[in-house]
Design a binder for this molecule. Structure first.
Ligand code: ATP
Length: 531
């Protein structure tokens, strides 16, 4: 079994580089130095992401009788997020390093033991400059650190306030040095010993103003970019119920953007500030909640398998008591073995009646369910499978990427990069390749094939370079089928004297094997394999 910390940074680097060079994913605003935590999907990435979302929608909405879709607004009324607990909650305790200005999650700082050196200020007698500000440094005597390290760090800190930057930090004189012994303190930056600011709650939501004359004091002028798609579903649950006359159990599904001002966006698109979620809120009778949570876990694992992420690479974390949200009786995290470690792809959470009850209380409107058979009125419970679209795209990229060693004819070693996307997910389903570009009959036939397929799937026409090179280019972007139009297509005899007129060669990406298919059978042949 893979280790949680088992990582492969080189592989990740290669994937990031391929994503840029082939047009899957680019850094947002790269031209201007990049917008941290934001990503743009290029031509192939946009197709890949669309295919994933369409597959999810087809499986979870269109092919089920008990789930309805919706598409809610991104701008969210602050009352919605006050009721849900996001306003006033949804924050991480953060502190800043006084020396390097690095921002750290207060609850993630390792406790340290050592001697703290405290100062009241610093001065430079030659120029008459001085500053009065308390500052402290923690040193670890067991690691051979002494007062010199403390003094050097303190001088670097005070040098930030110098108006004359020509004065070297070591020329400063420190004032009021005292020491204390500290045990298991989390008030110092483990990287450099500098004192940290007191932890402050850092809200992860993006707030914005609505209306031309938005006034700071008008609470209705404040809106938020939603931090999850779920709340739109909860606040529209009653409308969907009334307009669709569905009965419990039923779900509402939504795919859409969510925004979180993550402190430390990292691991490519894994932790972004703008991302897309694919969420289902599945409403049920209270007695069915736990059973449905387990059923949803299985359904979601099967989904990942269908799109090409094998069970063996998925880990189920049964989130223990104390680590789950207080209202959740059961939560599973579905994790994937990314090259940067085992990390969450999706959460399947039993949320009880928490969300709907909160919205009923805060809005003052009755949103109970009326069971016509039993004549009961109650707030349904909810099971939430909540997947990250960008994280799943990233998992698909990581899972599909392979550099394969090959032996060419004559024994020469070769390697090919291949993205082994399942055909249902692959950005391009088939490449259409005339054997030669300077033979008008071949080109005309290839264009005919292109026009035949184009209304039904994303195909790509390529006539540049030798056919072998063109196959490799398609392997690198994960096109499952290459269709070659050759002289046999035009009526030349086959190798065994057979008539191959109006047939094409289909080359399979994974096995590199080839077969001949009649053009008239091509469309059903492909449709059967790409859904
Ligand atoms: P994490 O613990 O990784 O921050 P979370 O438990 O806060 O995630 P949820 O609130 O359960 O995440 O959101 C559901 C899903 O949305 C996650 O499983 C993930 O796939 C996706 N997601 C959440 N935050 C981000 C993010 N910053 N960037 C990309 N995807 C995200």
């Amino acid at each position: 079994m893979a280790q949680r910390e088992n990582t492969d940074p080189q592989k990740m680097e290669k994937i990031v580089s391929l994503c840029k060079s082939k047009g899957f994913i680019y850094q947002s605003a790269e031209l201007y130095g990049g917008l941290n935590g934001c990503w743009d999907y290029g031509p192939l990435g946009a197709e890949l992401k669309r295919n994933l979302k369409e597959y999810w929608w087809r499986k979870n909405v269109q092919e089920r009788d008990d789930i309805l879709g919706m598409d809610g607004s991104i701008l969210t009324h602050q009352a919605v997020l006050t009721a849900s607990g996001h306003v006033g909650g949804f924050s991480d305790p953060m502190c800043d390093c006084l020396l390097s200005k690095a921002r750290l999650r207060a609850d993630q700082i390792e406790p340290q033991t050592g001697t703290a050196y405290h100062y009241t200020g610093a001065s430079h007698s030659e120029s008459g400059w001085s500053v009065e500000k308390p500052f402290s440094v923690l040193i670890d005597p067991s690691a051979n650190q002494d007062e010199n390290k403390a003094r050097k760090t303190a001088k670097q800190y005070y040098a930030q306030f110098l108006s004359d930057k020509q004065i070297a930090p070591k020329k400063l004189e420190l004032a009021g040095e005292t020491t204390t012994e500290e045990v298991d303190t989390t008030q110092y930056n483990p990287e450099n010993g500098s004192l940290l600011t007191e932890p402050r709650e850092f809200n992860l939501m993006f707030q914005t103003k609505m209306g031309a004359s938005s006034d700071d004091n008008d609470p209705n002028a404040v809106a938020y970019l939603r931090p999850e798609t779920a709340q739109t579903i909860f606040v529209q649950y009653k409308n969907v119920l009334d307009s669709s006359r569905v009965k419990l159990p039923f779900g509402i599904a939504q795919i859409g953007k969510a925004f979180r001002n993550e402190i430390n966006p990292r691991n490519f698109t894994f932790r972004s500030r703008e991302f897309e979620q694919m969420e289902i809120e599945f409403f049920c009778r209270p007695e069915d909640g736990l059973r449905l949570t387990d059923e949803w876990l299985e359904a979601r694992l099967s989904f990942y398998e269908e799109i090409g992420i094998p069970r063996t690479k998925l880990h189920i974390l049964d989130v223990p008591d104390g680590e789950r949200a207080h209202y959740s009786a059961k939560t599973y995290d579905i994790e994937y073995e990314f090259p940067f470690g085992i990390q969450e792809l999706e959460g399947v959470a039993y949320r009880g009646a928490y969300d709907l009850t909160k919205h009923q209380d805060h809005s003052g409107k009755n949103i109970e369910y009326f069971d016509e058979e039993t004549k009961e009125r109650f707030i349904p419970h909810v099971v939430e499978p909540s997947a990250g679209c960008d994280r799943t795209v990233l998992a698909l990229l990581c899972e599909s990427y392979e550099v394969e060693d090959l032996t060419k004819e004559g024994g020469k070693k070769d390697e090919r990069t291949v993205m082994r996307f399942k055909p249902c997910i692959a950005p391009i389903k088939a490449a259409i390749l005339p054997l030669l570009k300077n033979k008008p009959e071949l080109v005309a036939k290839a264009k005919e094939v292109q026009h035949l397929l184009q209304p039904f799937m994303n195909v790509f026409y390529d006539e540049a370079a030798a056919i072998g090179r063109r196959y490799r280019r398609q392997d690198e972007i994960g096109t499952p089928f290459c269709i070659a139009i050759d002289f046999e297509t035009l009526g030349e005899e086959g190798p065994n004297g057979e008539d191959l007129t109006d047939t094409v060669t289909i080359r399979h990406r994974d096995s590199m094997e080839q077969e001949r298919v009649a053009i008239k059978d091509l469309l059903p042949w492909l449709l059967e394999r790409i859904r």
